[in-house]
Design a protein around this ligand. Structure first.
Ligand code: BGC
Length: 431
């Protein structure tokens, strides 16, 4: 592995966040209510966040000082539509100002419309299981694109539909806390596919009709992990294959190709075509599948490679496996030839001992991809700031920038300063 390498200027480097994880202060989203019900670790609450809603001016300055070229963020649906059908001018003005400041600083925004949270009124109607789930979401998409479309040309419709449906209906971690409800997993997945396809068309249509400047780019952020059987046991292989199909493949077919495949259905609900202008990939880790003789686990249970040392794990015990990034990007490129955006890649590392190497090792994989002629256009490190790691609370520290939750002070970690230099020069010298 070479000691130093360079990345092309055209590959934009930056970071990502999500509204519910950093903003704080919103009482109208379902994660606030989930927190009130004591479902977030250590009794913590989304009401705290990193106080970004009040500190966004300072945070945009910091992004700029750290030389980030692009920034992926989400808008909180409940701040825009706190009650069904009632649009909040305060929410609109807030985000318009945040976008304006980003653009002024030359930081390209990519805006996510659904990042794991929704208004409480939507949750109370049944969330993505309600009869009007798609219709309600599309109304929000339409309003958002009409309202922000002059500032925002790049949109990410839905973040990690696979993790969302799994953690909300199979693992009980996210509201409404369903357990092992595979029927709900499928129903929600299908609705999210349809919502994405409709949004894709709508966003293009609105921006075109209104004559908004800038090339419209729409995609979703797919969580793609490396799945491998632990050994040659037939159940390990079968379980791995089934998990890969239900966690990755049905989403690829649906979100990218517009095709419903078994068990979601069949055919092309919104016509044939390619419904992504970029392939958004959230990549974190590798999982090995061990035969488990329990069809509830799809015949195999995912686990971390028992042979790897602690130095190859992050604070949450996930394997650090940079080569996996190369593999997932290469596979999707072969299939669709869509420009790749690494919409998330990052590490919880409270002591900041592994983050710099983690980033460099993953950027090196991007360099390999680019050398192979694969178009990688964006890298968004997860995350800009320490934040609410959903049901795990504020413990895991993914941030380039440390947040002292006692006074909400920001402090860029040493790795943030090293990454800033990489963003500015595109030159990487290994420590
Ligand atoms: C999500 C983020 C989350 C991160 C780290 C992704 O699954 O999109 O919201 O914080 O991974 O777990």
């Amino acid at each position: 592995m070479s000691k130093s390498f360079e990345l092309p200027k055209e590959l934009l480097l930056g970071s990502a966040t999500a509204a519910t994880q950093i903003e704080g202060g919103d009482v109208n989203n379902n994660w606030y209510h989930w927190s009130l019900a004591g479902k977030v670790g250590n009794g913590e609450s989304s009401i705290t966040g990193a106080d970004h809603y009040n500190k966004y001016v300072e945070d945009v300055e910091l992004l700029s000082e750290l030389h980030h070229e692009c920034y992926r963020m989400s808008i909180e649906w409940s701040r825009i539509e706190p009650e069904q059908g009632k649009w909040s001018s305060e929410g609109v003005e807030h985000y318009r100002d945040e976008f304006r400041r980003l653009i002024q600083k030359g930081i390209k925004p990519l805006v996510t419309l659904h990042h794991f949270s929704c208004p409480q009124w939507y949750q109370e109607k049944g969330g993505w299981l309600s009869e009007n789930a798609v219709e309600d979401f599309i109304r929000f998409v339409k309003f958002s694109v009409e309202t922000f479309g002059d500032q925002i040309s790049e949109w990410c419709t839905i973040n990690e539909p696979n993790v969302f449906a799994n953690d909300s209906y199979m693992d009980g971690k996210y509201p409404p806390g369903g357990h092992g409800d595979i029927a709900a997993y499928m129903k929600v997945t299908k609705r999210m596919v349809i919502a994405h396809l409709k949004s894709y068309k709508l966003i293009h249509q609105i921006r075109k009709e209104k004559g908004f400047a800038g090339e419209t780019k729409v995609g979703f952020a797919h969580h793609i992990a490396i799945f491998e059987p632990l050994n040659s046991h037939p159940l390990a292989k079968l379980g791995c294959f089934l998990s890969d199909y239900l966690f990755h493949e049905i989403h690829m077919k649906g979100f990218v190709e517009g095709k419903l495949v078994f068990p979601l259905g069949s055919g092309y609900p919104e016509g044939k075509g390619i419904f992504c202008d970029f392939m958004g990939i959230n990549y974190y880790s590798r999982h090995l599948f061990k035969a488990s003789y329990n069809p509830g686990n799809l015949f195999a249970t995912p686990m971390v490679d028992p042979t790897i040392p602690e130095s190859s794990k992050n604070d949450l015990g996930w394997e650090i496996y940079p080569e996996g990034l190369y593999k997932v990007c290469q596979r999707t490129w072969k299939r669709y030839k869509l420009p790749i955006y690494i919409t998330e890649n990052g590490i919880p590392d409270e002591k900041d001992e592994k983050r710099e190497k983690y980033i460099i090792d993953h950027l090196y994989q991007l360099k390999r991809l680019l050398d192979d002629g694969i178009k990688v256009e964006r890298y968004y490190y997860w995350s800009f700031l320490d934040n609410l790691e959903w049901n795990d609370g504020y413990g895991p520290r993914f941030g380039l920038v440390e947040v002292d939750y006692s006074n909400m002070k920001r402090k860029p970690r040493p790795s943030a300063l090293r990454y800033a230099k990489i963003c500015r020069t595109k030159k990487i010298v290994r420590p």
